[in-house]
Write a protein that binds this ligand. Structure first.
Ligand SMILES: NCc1[nH]cc(CCC(=O)O)c1CC(=O)O
Length: 322
């Protein structure tokens, strides 16, 4: 237990209203309450743009911070003190005055295959020709298209529960979803296969929670550091530096994988074209304490292999609205 200012303050936590966001926020609050029994933590929910715009493919909205902006404004306007985000939804460049105070222990960061009942017992390798795969992520789309050109890919939006309902109704043969979200909502029994890194490199920050607060609130930052997971932080800082250096948001076909062995961190990254035809992939290992340097170095390596051209083509395509 760490003591904080007396009289202890009430700390206001901002969260989106989705079921997953609330589970994550209440988990963070519980961890903090264990460490700081004298502090009061209140949860304030807010809707973000991403919760309101449900009929447009995410890739076409093209706005960074779709799920975070309203919460960030709440912090800047002193309505809330910190926000809990799925780290993969948090842009790599934060608004002036805000900071990424802590990153909590990551769940399995991989992608999962969730099948319609009629395909029970299958894997991604055995699904039939023409199977309709639901995903709204260009990263998943590009990687899977390159290896499984015989599937059809269809956009799917809405929260996790809505997506599952669409699958069960038969609109899709399978969905690709993050293992972490399914685990947090206690739906891991729906996972038929965890996709290995060779099939799908996960999104930057996937499976981890990022806690953002005002950069000058040093007392709060000290409190939040108590629930940080250092190894997850190293891995995610390497991943985020890689993405930042390539100037890609959440909605570009960029995937990663990280591994920490002893003092070393290994980062693998991929940049792919949406049709899955062009892809560049490489790996860099360095000291975990130089996590961000590893990320930048991998970005430079991939740029030399053609990543810039792949990304420029995607941005042009999205702007044209095709
Ligand atoms: N893009 C939406 C999103 N943002 C965070 C998660 C849950 C997994 C996580 O915390 O990384 C999901 C769902 C998904 O990708 O299936």
């Amino acid at each position: 237990m760490t003591s904080v200012s007396s009289p202890p303050r009430t700390i206001r936590i901002g969260s989106r209203k989705s079921q997953l966001a609330l589970v994550q926020t209440y988990w963070v609050r519980e961890q903090l309450e264990k460490n700081f029994p004298d502090v009061t933590f209140e949860v304030h929910t807010m809707s973000t743009q991403g919760d309101k715009i449900l009929d447009v493919a995410l890739a076409k909205i093209g706005d960074k911070g779709l799920f975070t902006k309203e919460l960030e404004l709440g912090m800047i306007n002193q309505e809330i003190d910190f926000a809990v985000h799925s780290l993969k939804d948090l842009p790599t460049n934060l608004p002036e005055g805000l900071a990424l105070a802590a990153i909590t222990e990551r769940e399995n960061p991989a992608d999962a295959l969730v099948l319609h009942e009629k395909h029970k017992g299958q894997t991604i390798d055995t699904l039939p020709e023409g199977a309709v795969i639901g995903t709204s992520s260009l990263r998943r789309l590009a990687q899977l298209r390159s290896q499984f050109p015989h599937f059809q890919f269809k956009d799917v939006r809405g929260n996790l529960i809505t997506r599952m309902e669409k699958l069960d109704k038969g609109e899709y043969d399978a969905l690709i979803l993050a293992v972490a979200g399914l685990e947090r909502l206690e739906m891991s029994d729906r996972i038929h296969q965890i996709l290995p890194a060779e099939i799908s490199l996960h999104a930057v920050g996937q499976g981890a929670l990022g806690i953002e607060c005002r950069a000058d609130d040093t007392e709060l930052i000290t409190i939040l550091k108590a629930i940080e997971h250092p190894q997850t932080r190293d891995r995610c800082l390497a991943e985020r530096a890689f993405l930042r250096s390539l100037e890609g948001g959440c909605q570009v076909p960029i995937g990663v994988n990280t591994e920490v062995v002893g003092e070393n961190l290994t980062l693998t990254g991929i940049v792919a074209s949406v049709d899955g035809q062009k892809l560049v992939k490489d790996t860099v290992t360095g000291l975990a304490k130089d996590a961000e340097k590893i990320g930048t170095q991998l970005a430079n390596t991939l740029r030399q292999q053609g990543a810039t051209e792949i990304l420029e083509a995607i941005f042009t395509e999205i702007q044209r609205g095709s």
